[in-house]
Design a protein around this ligand. Sequence first.
Ligand code: GLU
Ligand code: MG
Length: 443
Amino acid sequence: MTDILRRAREENVSLVRFLYADHGGIVRGKAAATARLAERIDSGIGHTRAMMAMSMMDELAPVDGMGPVGEVRIKPDPNTFVTLPYAFGAAAMLADQVNPDGTPWDGCARTFLRQAIAELGADGYELQAAFEPEFSLGRRDRADFVPIDESLCYSATGFHLAHDYTIDLVGALNKQGLEVEHYYPELGHGQQEIPIGHATALRAADNHVLLRETVRAVAIRHGLWASFAPKPLPDQAGNGAHLHASLWSHGGNAFADPSGQFGLSRLGHHFVGGVLAHLPALVALTCGSVNSYRRLAPSTWSGAYTCYGPDNREAAVRICSPIGATGSVNLELKPCDSSGNPYLALGGFIHAGLDGIRRRLDPGQPLLADPATLSSSERSRLAVARLPASLPEALDALAADSLLMSALGPLRSAAYLAVKRSEAAHFARHDVGYECYQHWMRF
Ligand code: GLU
Ligand code: MG
């Protein structure tokens, strides 16, 4: 606390944003004035419970317990304090939503991830993770998103065209402690990718929120617009946020076994088995918007089928070959994008994998081909199934998945389904152009 107050004073911070991600995948919050900061870190800022029933269209879904009556506090996690390099005078902290008496609120998404981490910890494991973010850089021209370039995938020209923006972005991320690992212009027009280093699960989700904010805010300062919408332009490559993860225990990577198939331990195979078993439901969390399902299509490297394979970029779960040391093997979940709530996505992923470990699930045979190129009988023989093709289909799968539903708990699951069903109903009344516009505006 003393350290935060000192930093706020030294860096001329007058407002500290307390941020959280809602069920619609939107990052929202309230800011505390520095003069009241110590008190507000302690007590949080009062907030209506109804905000976790708000959709990405700011429509309030009917959820018992999330109406006009009832209060939570947006309580910041002091470990997450960062001054915002793109917003002079402002800092931010990621926040939980707690009951007025300070106890955890069962509608809070960050608490869901904390609980998943604790459950994993009780079995002796810690998850290291990172989201691998792709986004589109362009300009807003009224209702049109105009990509900054038409450069080719990984092309040197793409580096030139986005350079001024990218250098500012890298600086702003590094200053917040998000260590940039790589950067490259990606396949789609204006598409960029900027992976950052892995971290413990809670930090990885917090980092993804900070990154989303930074990418957009730096773009605004350059007179540009940046979007994480899964498919901002229907005829261009989609934006994924592949989830990379490994499990650690006793200081070592428990997914690594040099003598295991593809260097992946038996435990890792069980984890994959759990993820694949729950994946049709899990995508309701990892691919959380209507627009997500325009991206999640066969043969677009987004992982549209339930299968896994070593360095197979069409498999939902890719076993990434170790870089350098054999112990660096990790799993990559491709059906994941930035329009969902990262706390729910990562928490759901942990529950699915842990279920695979506990039940020693077998992931079946690895696949070394694009599943879309197999015949349908071959796919059924290998138990390779197409993932939900729409948000409503994914929500039905989630509602039918007793493990994920009970992990979410009655309030959170009811609110999530209600919010997402209201978004699905909203976009069902509109065309593709409107759907893409609303998503690139908001994500
Ligand atoms: N843009 C692809 C997606 O939607 C991923 C391309 C890649 O493999 O990096 O997930
Ligand atoms: Mg990529």
